[in-house]
Design a protein around this ligand. Sequence first.
Ligand code: ADP
Ligand code: MG
Length: 450
Amino acid sequence: MKDISAVWQEMLSIMEVETHSLGFDVWIRPMHPIRVEDDILVLCAPTAESKGEVVARYLPLLKRALREIEGAPAEIVIVSEDEIPQPAAETMREEKILEEERPKASDRCLLDPKYNFSDFVVGECNRLAYASALAVAEAPGQKFNPLFIYGDVGLGKTHIMQAIGNDLRLTRPHCKMLYVSMITFINEFIASIHGVHGVNNQSFRDKFRNLDLLMIDDVQFLSKKQSTQDEIFHLFEDLKSAGKQMVFTSDRRPQDIPDLDERVRSRFASSMIVDIQAPDLETRIAILQKKSQKEKKNIGIEELTFIAERVTSNIREMEGVLTKILFLSTLYDRKVDLAICQEALKDYLVQECDDISVDEIIDCACKYFNVQKSEVVGKRKNKDVVVPRQIAIYLINEFTNIPLSSIGSYFGGREHTTVMYARDKITSLINTDTKIRTAVNDIKAMILRK
Ligand code: ADP
Ligand code: MG
């Protein structure tokens, strides 16, 4: 990150345009930046009340402003003046202070009871992950330690990880366990260095070592967080040598997490590594069936298939669609039929492609691969432009309603068959080539963030 006060000045100018002037003067302008640590910008608000207001009303805007300036996502944490320990107040502006904006999951080990083994539908896509998680729950610290589960967003990583915890809670009530997301871990760790909330580094260390089972979700966020990586390394060594079970999840394999210390990477890589793939049609139908039965609603197989055929990539999204369908069915007071499914899905599809333009998609692909747009839409066939071009085509097909036969016109009048080839190529590479899968996901995220 650039100079912190310059960044803050730029953020102020953006916020001034984007917010109501009264809100800006009352809540935004009085803050000052304290520190940047591991890509997290810490802002200090004068009072607890103003901190609350900023977190509730302005945090997303602040994040967007920061992203605009930095060109990459970065976290923002708001603290209030009275949370900064007094004796050190003088040096505080030089010091690293952090406080997380979310409730502390780790203190209460917030496991969601609905994430259990019996509600997890097993298919080819997740069989190995399921079996390994079950084995860990049966004999923690013995086989498969650590267990490292990776897969795309919304495919059940958090569910299966928490299922281990929920299961052990019943079978071994004395098992000391902690579930924490990597973001929370990072924030707590940095706060502990500076004694925010009266947590010192020793009590932080004790808390994470005095465990039989440690679950850390989304470890890809360790990328670039040097000081936290050191801490994780030592934690890893201590728990491992004490025979304590660790479970990690990530959206990619250890070798694909960028900017990760080699020693941390090799520790992750030494885990039992299992992946979760996108579910096939049958599994999707089974998941829908299970969820609707849980809600005590019976949906016919035709309707279930209709939904499962249309929502393919992400189980979380599929659940969202199902919730809407069940809601409509209650609202109209009639059984779920195809008309209701259609109505629910119409919104879903429109929302997906409504305001995403072909140009935005091509721009994001170019930015990701750092290539010129003119090259990507042009004639050259070098590998460095062909991959971004094929991914852009794949994503245009996914995000918009533009027929395949017309997509070629955005790429110098390419043939329909070329467009189809590009789409199919990427579709198959996503399953076999992690680099491509990561690129597609990252570009998708860029597009959706716009
Ligand atoms: P991730 O952590 O991979 O992003 P989650 O574990 O949060 O995904 O899963 C998203 C949603 O999909 C959750 O509500 C979860 O219960 C549900 N889900 C995912 N996989 C399955 C499955 N195999 N069976 C039943 N529900 C699932
Ligand atoms: Mg998750």
